[in-house]
Ligand binder design. Structure first.
Ligand SMILES: Nc1ncnc2c1ncn2[C@@H]1O[C@H](COP(=O)(O)OP(=O)(O)O)[C@@H](O)[C@H]1O
Ligand SMILES: [Mg+2]
Length: 276
């Protein structure tokens, strides 16, 4: 019997600079704590430092539990920090979604779990016609939405939820990231989103956090939204989290790891150790 592919997700956000990389690092750490050798992928990155490195790529590599070739983690890297389709055009490069899909397949074959970070929001162009949504669709992955909690985020979040559904993709869950610590009526805004987004809230990440502390705030397991039948039950259980008060999430998280182990959660993987 063909072994099922490692679980993987596509991380999108309500905008650029809303904490997609930050949340992806936290998700990677969360998976690693559950025994997965999880790796982050940034298919398209724009903006490099003096050493020719991109911050997102470096942060994902640092949070990954597997040392994988850079060309698989980041097939396309452009120097100026500008919209990717413009950067590609200026570099005389065409972003080939097929090439990204090949790199992703190879990465997935090496890792126990993969988190693919998109670029900017869900409809950011990659070339004259294609965009991030096309990439997510080609990879056919469950999507995780990072909502940067600030004034105006509700509409951006709901438009993204609609756009994901319009592509026939599953929204596995969402994360509320407190990028604006002084956002007025934060709880009311969070409630408005919970009432309207019909998938689990994986957690609320506090401001001035670290990826480690953010991982503590997430209730996320390798079965969520993935095709892993054995873990489907977990997903439905997580749905009960909707409406859960933020401060209650923390109380629940200790139980989750025990629960995963009790389920024989990726038993063979729990025996492996991270090599980074
Ligand atoms: N909850 C948080 N606590 C502390 N810093 C954060 C948090 N969320 C985002 N940041 C910081 O804000 C900046 C933008 O976040 P980033 O993850 O790079 O956004 P995106 O990937 O959506 O462009 C980064 O410097 C990141 O470290
Ligand atoms: Mg990023």
């Amino acid at each position: 019997m063909k072994p099922s592919p490692s679980p993987a997700w596509f991380v999108t956000g309500t905008d650029t600079e809303v904490g997609k990389t930050f949340a992806t690092c936290a998700l990677l750490l969360s998976l690693r704590r559950q025994g997965y050798r999880a790796v982050g992928m940034k298919p398209v990155a724009a903006g490099t430092d003096a050493d020719g490195r991109n911050e997102d790529v470096e942060r994902l590599i640092a949070a990954s539990g597997l040392a994988a070739p850079r060309e698989l983690i980041n097939p396309y890297l452009f120097q100026p920090p500008i919209a990717p389709h413009i950067a590609a055009d200026e570099a005389g490069v065409t972003i080939d979604i097929g090439r990204i899909a090949d790199a992703f397949d190879r990465l997935r074959g090496m890792a126990d779990a993969v988190l693919v970070e998109g670029v900017g929001g869900f409809r950011v162009p990659l070339d004259r016609r294609g965009d991030v949504a096309d990439l997510a669709q080609r990879l056919a992955l469950p999507v995780i939405l990072v909502v940067g909690m600030r004034l105006g985020c509700i509409s951006h979040a709901l438009l993204t939820v609609d756009a994901v559904a319009a592509r026939g993709l599953t929204l596995a869950g969402w994360i509320a990231n407190r990028i604006d610590p002084s956002m007025p009526r934060f709880e009311e805004n969070l409630s408005a989103l919970r009432e309207r987004i019909d998938v689990p809230l994986f957690g609320v990440i506090p401001p001035a956090s670290t990826p480690e502390r953010a991982a503590d705030c997430l209730r996320f397991s390798g079965g969520q939204g993935s095709e892993d039948r054995d873990l489907r039950g977990q997903g439905s259980e997580d749905r009960d989290l909707r409406g859960q008060k933020t401060d209650e999430l923390a109380a629940l998280r200790a139980g989750v790891r025990t629960e995963n182990r009790a389920l024989g959660f990726r038993g063979q993987r729990l025996e492996r150790t991270d090599d980074r």
